[in-house]
Design a protein around this ligand. Structure first.
Ligand code: 5GP
Ligand code: ZN
Length: 141
């Protein structure tokens, strides 16, 4: 069993431990999932690694592997056709709770008041810049 890092002051670590109640959905060796207490759509759920890390890169790979399958099961169980999987890292990227968490947010087709609202300020890429950036990133991977 992979060892789990915990933070005694973290609200999600307390939920995993059972010190704070939650509406648990699926629990596996490395993942805990539950309904979001401040849903932006009916069925809004969270899946978290049991290993405490603030941001995605703080959590070792072996603690992340089951998360997508967990979210997929929760989406299938609810029969949602349209939904977003969201994971925020850092305050300015809208992260409020500093324990990695993935949202499954249904997007009902019959409501424009529920679900994720996304700003997507796309711009046409400069191909020369994109090529240079590609080389830079590839060189570090
Ligand atoms: P973030 O903005 O950090 O990506 O999202 C944090 C999410 O955690 C929010 O959707 C918020 O409603 C949820 N949340 C915060 N505290 C609790 C809690 O004590 N219980 C549950 N179930 N969800 C929580
Ligand atoms: Zn934590």
């Amino acid at each position: 069993m992979a060892s789990h890092n915990t933070d005694a002051n973290c609200i999600f670590c307390k939920i995993i431990k059972g010190d704070i109640p939650s509406f648990k959905l699926i629990e596996t060796e490395n993942v805990y999932s539950f309904l979001d207490i401040g849903p932006i759509a009916k069925g809004h759920a969270l899946a978290i690694p049991k290993y405490h890390g603030a941001k995605l890169h703080d959590v070792p790979d072996e603690h992340l592997g089951e998360i997508l399958a967990t979210l997929k099961k929760i989406a299938i169980a609810q029969g949602v056709e349209n939904y977003n999987i969201l994971q925020n890292n850092g305050k300015i990227a809208h992260q409020v709770v500093d324990h990695v968490h993935f949202h499954m947010i249904p997007k009902p087709s019959d409501s424009d008041k529920e679900g994720l609202v996304i700003g997507w300020p796309a711009q046409q890429a400069d191909m020369a810049e994109l090529k240079q950036l590609h080389e830079e990133i590839k060189g570090k991977l």
